[in-house]
Design a protein around this ligand. Structure first.
Ligand code: ADE
Length: 467
């Protein structure tokens, strides 16, 4: 992730982000930060960058020319025109969802204003997003730019040491985080809550959830209302659990949002990777949900639970292909045995081409790279007689949470590598309290056999991916 900040105070940015996690991520090359001093681009002999406002009014305005020239110089180094954010109290209010969206970008340019703002004409020409960090006015945009960069940087894979912490935290599930404690056990006559000392993880999780709910209810009733809506949808989906595991897990894990829900019609969800999930009682109900959906769904991939709705999607969104899937899921909760014969470890993006050479029918190279960057893919390695390590097979988690992309190279088949890889990922999911699940395309007999061998429940064909 490359940040480029256009500012009159580059030292402020360098000082503000020069220590701690952001600085370490910079040293490791996970993020880059470049500052551009707008004043270096003024054509004014006295290095002025501001002037009076046409029509009168208090204060000065930054002029278009130096801002434009600074931006032009900065974006010249990028292959394609990057997203350019203007930080301003007149923008969309920044939140965790927007942070996640921005974290997908390779390059971000942030423009900081001063004085009364910037000439509107240059903003119209270069800015793609106007973002405010809250309903108050700062003296300039630098602090806002730093807030945005900090929140985005910590979502870049590898920036945080603890993999989990960027995934399960305040806001993703519309709940604020629960209170936490460290040593000593007694401090200022205050004790650490007893339950946290029991070692009983079920009880601890239940206590933490209650604390989160209470906090959210008290200080953020708006968030709590969203949480309750989500819980309602999960409860509705659980009435046909086997069909809906994928949608329930999507909502429980904070990987998607509810676009539309009606207890008599069904639910329409949007997954963070962009796919749409639909379940409906009949075609008319499905059509009503699609009609009421607040966002345009054209060009999206759909996952639906009713075969009869497929022609409706073909017609509405010009889709042309549907593939039926069995749903496999593991509810035993007991970790599976992973044989130690293979070295299983996470794959980085340098494996993209090697994997794509084996596995390209269902994904694009770009999608594979995205999954690798998200640290969602694992490989099993075997050591050859010459002592060389070879990638024998791989597996991953799709953006909507399903296990998949499992492939064992032909020469390594028949040794239990597929089972080892899937068991490994299932165990990881269990430690996070998730129900591991996957979709198996109709006709994939080898995968069906594997699911049964690992004791997963397998449904009939109950869902269709429509593209
Ligand atoms: N510049 C001044 N105030 C701001 C705010 N609240 N958000 C973003 N940029 C700003």
């Amino acid at each position: 992730m490359n940040f480029c900040v256009l500012t009159l105070f580059p030292h402020l940015i360098e000082a503000g982000l020069g220590e701690s996690i952001f600085a370490r991520a910079r040293q490791k090359g996970l993020i880059a930060l470049q500052t551009v001093d707008i004043r270096d681009y003024t054509s004014d002999p006295h290095r002025r960058v501001d002037d009076y406002t046409y029509g009168g009014g208090a204060g000065m305005l930054m002029q278009a020319q130096p801002v434009y020239d600074a931006w032009k110089e900065a974006v010249g180094s990028f292959e394609k025109k990057p997203r350019t954010i203007y930080v301003t109290p007149q923008g969309r209010v920044f939140d965790q969802k927007l942070a996640r969206n921005l974290a997908q970008e390779e390059n971000l340019v942030i423009l900081c204003g001063h004085y009364e703002g910037i000439d509107e004409r240059v903003l119209d020409e270069i800015v793609t997003d106007r973002i405010s960090i809250g309903d108050y006015v700062l003296t300039g945009g630098e602090l806002a730019a730093m807030v945005i960069m900090d929140a985005v940087a910590r979502l870049v894979p590898g920036v945080l040491h603890n993999e989990e912490s960027a995934q399960t935290e305040s806001f993703d599930n519309d709940l604020l985080e629960y209170p936490q404690y460290t040593r000593p056990e007694h401090w200022h006559d205050k004790e650490v809550p007893q339950v946290l000392l029991t070692g009983d993880h079920k009880k601890i999780s239940a206590w933490r959830l209650e604390q989160s709910k209470e906090r959210t209810r008290n200080v953020r009733p708006d968030l709590y209302a969203r949480y309750e809506e989500r819980q309602n949808v999960i409860a509705w989906l659980s009435r046909k659990k086997k069909h809906h595991i994928h949608m329930m897990e999507l909502l429980k894990r904070g990987l998607g949002e509810v676009l539309c829900f009606h207890p008599l019609d069904g639910a329409l969800l949007l997954e963070k990777g962009g796919a749409v999930m639909l379940t409906c009682t009949d075609t008319a109900a499905g059509e009503r949900l699609l009609d009421r959906c607040p966002v345009d769904l054209s060009g999206r991939l759909f996952c639906v639970c009713l075969r009869e709705i497929i022609p409706v999607l073909y017609e509405r969104y010009h889709l042309t292909e549907a593939r039926g899937c069995y749903q496999a899921y593991y509810t035993q909760g007991v970790p599976l045995t992973v044989p130690k014969d293979f070295n299983i470890r996470r794959l980085d993006v340098s494996f993209a081409e090697e994997i794509f050479a084996e596995y390209h029918e269902l994904v694009t190279l770009e999608e594979l790279k995205e999954r690798l960057k998200a640290r969602a893919m694992y490989g099993a390695f075997v050591t050859s007689e010459q002592g060389e390590e070879k990638l024998a097979g791989f597996i991953g988690t799709h953006s909507e949470g399903a296990l998949g992309m499992l492939q064992v190279r032909p020469q390594y088949r028949g040794h239990g590598i597929g089972a080892a890889l899937e068991s490994f990922l299932i165990n990881q999911a269990l430690t996070r309290g998730e129900i591991p699940f996957g979709h198996i395309f109709e006709g994939n007999e080898a995968s069906l056999r594997l699911q049964k061998k690992l004791k997963l429940n397998v449904t009939d064909v109950v869902l269709w991916w429509v593209s």
